[in-house]
Design a protein around this ligand. Structure first.
Ligand code: 5GP
Length: 281
């Protein structure tokens, strides 16, 4: 299958040139990595689930007035996004203590924090994404004071919205990581939410049982990652039982992808509607 020009390949996603200037296609891989790439596995179906979950969250956030890079989902593994200049900072919001944070401050795992805490990490595999302060960000010019202000305010609004959204599915949003980008237009430059929001980048615990429903299942060798992500999607109302999007096995994923490829070859979308996408693969 002829592919578009690849712009960038990350650990869990690939970016391709989009159909129009100023757009990109974000492809979700099945790769799972942890501990700065020291641990790696392929978990069949993860990319498909993250594509759906991230689409759902970006759309809900967009409706709530949060500017995002998301345009639309194209197929099982790809979404059309606006091209942005990624700000090289991981913004983490924490509501409960967990893992590295619990260790750093000698706090119990699962302790409710006095208030939501926003942290910044410099995106650098070489340096292991070090924790940084606002001083580092402005001194090194990674973001302006105004952009920092925008990111901080957006991060807290996103946290409020998502905490409620997950609560509706009896899930606790323990913490999450987000990234922002600069969206350039003829008139101005705006800070918008970029990348993805999925169980790869959030800690989600079942409110009633405490069960881990996120990438920590992979980090801690617990297994059952795909099933957990599927359960997150089900609780958000994304996957209804018995629909074609209900990814239960490797065979299901392969069958879905074959269907999508055939549909593309016929110039139709996987959902059966006529395609007017300018995608070329
Ligand atoms: P921690 O700093 O406790 O390891 O992570 C805090 C939160 O941010 C967790 O929900 C974790 O999944 C997310 N997070 C931190 N760094 C990364 C990263 O490099 N990639 C992804 N996908 N998530 C991250």
């Amino acid at each position: 299958m002829a592919r578009r020009r690849q712009i960038y390949e990350g650990k869990a996603k690939v970016l391709y040139e989009g159909p129009e200037p100023g757009t990109l296609i974000q492809y979700f891989k099945d790769d799972a990595t942890a501990f700065n790439n020291q641990k790696h596995a392929v978990i069949t179906g993860k990319g498909v689930l993250n594509n759906r979950i991230s689409e759902f969250i970006m759309l809900r956030l967009g409706e709530a007035g949060i500017p995002t890079h998301f345009v639309k989902r194209l197929n099982m593994r790809e979404q059309l996004i606006r091209e942005v200049e990624i700000i090289p900072i991981e913004v983490v919001v924490r509501n409960w203590s967990a893992c590295s944070f619990a260790k750093r401050f000698k706090r119990e795992e699962g302790e409710r924090l006095p208030r939501s805490i926003v942290e910044y990490y410099y995106k650098s595999d070489e340096l292991g994404d070090p924790l940084i302060t606002e001083e580092h960000i402005t001194a090194f010019g990674w973001a302006t004071p105004q952009e920092l202000d925008d990111m901080f305010n957006l991060a807290l609004r996103i946290n409020d919205y998502l905490s409620g959204l997950f609560m509706g599915g009896r899930m606790r949003l323990v913490d999450f990581k987000i990234e922002f980008g600069r969206l350039y237009s003829a008139e101005d430059v705006r800070v918008v939410l970029a990348d993805e929001i999925s169980p790869d980048s959030c800690r989600l615990w079942d409110i009633d049982t405490g069960e881990i429903m996120d990438k920590d299942r992979f980090r801690k060798d617990m297994g059952g990652l795909r099933e957990a992500y599927q359960e997150v999607a089900r609780r958000l109302g994304i996957l209804q039982e018995g629909t074609s999007a209900d990814i239960t096995s490797l065979d299901d994923v392969k069958a879905e992808e074959k269907k999508a490829d055939e549909a593309k070859a016929e110039g139709t979308k996987a959902d059966g509607t006529k395609s007017d996408d300018k995608k070329t693969d």
